[in-house]
Design a protein around this ligand. Structure first.
Ligand SMILES: NC(=O)c1ccc[n+]([C@@H]2O[C@H](COP(=O)([O-])OP(=O)(O)OC[C@H]3O[C@@H](n4cnc5c(N)ncnc54)[C@H](O)[C@@H]3O)[C@@H](O)[C@H]2O)c1
Length: 706
């Protein structure tokens, strides 16, 4: 194994280099290596100052996250880094932390134990631990307020967002930005401070006193609002507050106590699962690294409606020229107008420069014909959800697109194979299913048809990444992973209404569970007419005698399409604020009584169990059918596409944390009450329970070779 830490000397300055690719994480061996090198440098009488730097593109980007999992599972004891950082801080020779790239988490904690910090102009520092459900655990919550001041430390530790080099210097986290040759600049800085008595961060108390209690109260309120249900941001605030009340060492003890509380929480396990899950979904068995995806240089989109416009923006944002085709000039004008409006809003918020907006708009070419399509490497169809129309469009694309171009559809539910059958090149046809609003939502479901070539899958997955999305591979079935599972979720939400729950209770219970919005609020946002159209097209697929929701079509018949018409499940004012609608409550009651449905009190817990276990049960079938490769693919789909709380870990991880035997027992209860057509437990769920296994175990089996 290559050396993780190297020591060199340039005249009177020792240079300690961490070399633990890819991000110089603080894996076992790294702190020990730094400490040994430091001791050697201190002992070397020729050395007057020490520089610590990272090899490659970054300083220490953080702890080794795999280690957290090992500590929680008991595989490894938790070793605190505090004594190691004291050794750095107590060095009699000044230690200059030279930060390029990132100093995140444990990386910033190491950096703050040094006596000086110099930054490359593009460097960033931060304590993002809360994003994994934990808090800094090596003195970060104690040293950061001493450098940056309490309010900023609260913000950085509770929200986890990074700080840019210029701001880090202004805040006092770092001393200087070094332009030009970074190492040479850091050495020159070290030489300039050599001989001065090093000042220890832990002894710098001048920024701690006098912080009004209101600052902490405001931070807590903000954290409760922004990170609903999360413990870690509040723990981070408690730890920073401890820095203002206790001496450094007692503060570190309090931090350690809070850190342990967080680390062993379900919340942290869930968020760490999501962190690795995001990376895991990119691995597609059977597609070897040899499949070299070609680069998408030009794109074209059919349709400038809700989805087409957002999809075109994704391409323009990535610097890819894109043609947008419509059938009528006015539709084209409307679509482009909405795109322009979206960009203008971002410019107004100061998040995009006018020049960047102009550049992006210039990448969009509006068209009413297929002119220019022959140059596109990918065409994405986002016309109406209608099979006959899509087949006609694909037959046309087959004629105009160049050989080798990818023909993608944004269909949310339709059969990719049937769409592909309209072309002479089904191997080049794939689903790239964006989520609404397409310029915002991070999920991209890549749908594999039976003929789709591995290269096309590889390109679509790589493209997802380039467009800033998390791409998950799905198999071809009605609704793929996400929408197939969401159907029983919505179904249960509506059955609950018919059985006596109110619209508000259903929405609120699931919101409190951790969904970004309640299901009926989502329905109203997406537009009830969308599902109505799909139901009409699929009426022949209904199984006779199986219960279906009765109310939603009645709402549609009354022109209540949700937010767009000001009325759906709820009423909406001109600011799109929802309020309950007694007419809807009366309609639900009338319809359910007429259908002979017994109405009763329904608990919030039943609402959550019915809706979430409907997801889990269908999710297990999605796995059985091979529509999702792994349970984690479902979790990531739900977190990035459907607003499922990351701290719950996704539906399948959530089921694991509840315990699959308990989940199965509840599903069997529902089966008894509501019938096997709706609630027969998925065979895979029964099998895992019989074997005493979890969905996580199912994934491990999938990863095992052979
Ligand atoms: N709206 C959503 O939330 C959502 C989410 C994911 C996927 N989808 C899917 O995306 C697709 C588009 O949905 P949408 O909501 O954007 O619909 P939309 O009605 O907003 O837009 C469709 C656009 O396609 C245009 N169009 C129709 N035929 C065309 C043709 N031959 N050439 C060029 N343009 C044509 C229409 O004029 C219209 O502007 C559908 O397949 C839908 O199922 C929608």
């Amino acid at each position: 194994m290559a050396e993780l830490v190297r020591l060199a000397r340039q005249d009177d300055v020792a240079v300690i280099t961490i070399d633990n690719p890819p991000v110089n994480a603080l894996s076992p061996g790294v702190p020990e290596g730094i400490e040994a090198a430091l001791k050697q440098a201190v002992a070397d009488t020729r050395v007057r100052a020490i520089v610590l730097i990272g090899a490659g593109s970054t300083f220490i980007a953080g702890a080794d996250i795999r280690e957290f999992g090992k500590i929680v599972s008991g595989e490894r004891p938790r070793l605190t880094l505090l004594p190691f950082l004291l050794t750095i801080e107590d060095s009699p020779k000044p230690v200059v932390m030279a930060i390029h790239g990132q100093a995140f988490g444990g990386g910033l904690e190491v950096a703050m134990a040094g006596h000086y910090r110099v930054l490359a102009p593009k460097a960033q520092v931060g304590q993002p631990e809360v994003k994994l459900g934990i808090i800094p655990g090596a003195g970060g919550t104690q040293r950061l307020p001493r450098l940056a001041g309490v309010p900023k430390a609260l913000e950085m530790c509770a929200a986890g967002d990074p700080v840019k080099a210029q701001d880090a210097v202004a805040l006092g986290i770092a001393d200087k930005i070094v332009e030009g040759d970074f190492l040479a600049g850091a050495i020159a800085f070290a030489r300039a401070v050599a001989g001065k008595p090093p000042s220890k961060t832990r002894e710098r108390d001048e920024k701690l006193p006098g912080v009004p209690a209101a600052v902490f109260a405001a931070a807590r309120e903000q954290a409760r609002k922004q990170a609903r249900g999360l413990r870690a941001p509040l723990a981070a605030i408690d730890a920073v507050e401890a820095a203002t009340k206790l001496d450094f060492f007692a503060g570190c003890e309090e931090e350690a106590r809070l850190f342990n509380q967080c680390l062993f929480s379900t919340e942290a396990r869930a968020m760490i699962h999501v962190f690795f899950g995001e990376r895991a979904v990119a691995k597609i068995p059977g597609i070897s690294k040899e499949v070299k995806p070609f680069e998408i240089r030009r794109a074209a989109v059919i349709g400038a409606g809700t989805m087409g416009g957002g999809i075109a923006m994704n391409y323009a944002n990535a610097g890819i020229p894109v043609i947008v085709k419509e059938t009528k000039q006015e539709a084209l004008d409307r679509g482009l107008g909405i795109i322009r409006g979206n960009y203008a809003k971002t410019v107004a918020k100061g998040k995009l420069s006018q020049a960047a907006m102009d550049q992006r708009m210039a990448l969009l070419t509006p068209r009413l014909t297929y002119d220019g399509f022959e140059q596109a490497d990918i065409v994405v169809e986002a016309a109406f959800e209608n099979m006959a129309l899509k087949k006609r469009i694909f037959a046309e694309l087959d004629k105009v697109a160049k050989p080798g171009a990818i023909l993608a559809t944004n269909t949310s539910t339709l059969d990719i194979d049937e769409i592909a059958s309209a072309t002479s090149r089904p191997t080049m046809v794939v689903g790239t299913h964006f989520f609404s609003p397409a310029n915002v939502m991070k999920l991209l479901e890549v749908v594999r048809g039976k003929a789709t070539s591995p290269a096309v899958i590889a390109i679509a997955m790589a493209l997802g990444k380039r467009l800033g999305k998390v791409a998950v591979l799905a198999g071809n079935c009605h609704g793929f992973i996400g929408n197939r599972m969401v159907a029983p979720y919505f179904r249960e939400a509506q059955f609950l209404l018919e059985e006596g729950a109110s619209v508000e209770a259903v929405n609120q219970s699931l919101y409190e569970f951790g969904m970004a919005m309640g299901p009926l609020a989502v329905d109203d946002l997406a537009g009830l007419d969308i599902g109505w159209a799909i139901r009409k097209e699929r009426a022949t697929h209904l199984k006779p005698g199986v219960r279906v929701p009765l109310v939603v079509d009645k709402l549609c018949e009354q022109g209540r399409f949700g937010q767009k018409t000001g009325r759906g499940w709820s009423k909406y004012d001109e600011n799109r604020r929802a309020s309950s609608d007694p007419e809807v409550a009366a309609l639900i009651e009338r319809v359910s009584r007429a259908a002979g449905i017994e109405r009763r009190e329904i608990s919030n817990q039943e609402i959550v169990d019915r809706c979430v276990y409907a997801l889990v049960n269908e999710g297990a079938r999605v796995l059985e059918d091979g529509i999702a490769l792994r349970a984690v693919d479902i979790d990531i789909t739900y977190i990035y596409g459907y607003g499922f709380a990351a701290w719950r870990g996704g539906p399948m991880f959530y089921a694991d944390t509840v315990g699959l035997p308990k989940v199965l027992a509840r599903i069997e209860e529902f089966e008894k009450k509501h019938g096997k057509d709706l609630w027969a437990p998925a065979p895979l769920l029964k099998q895992l329970v019989a074997e005493g296994k979890t969905f996580k175990d199912f994934d491990k089996r999938k990863e095992a070779p052979g």
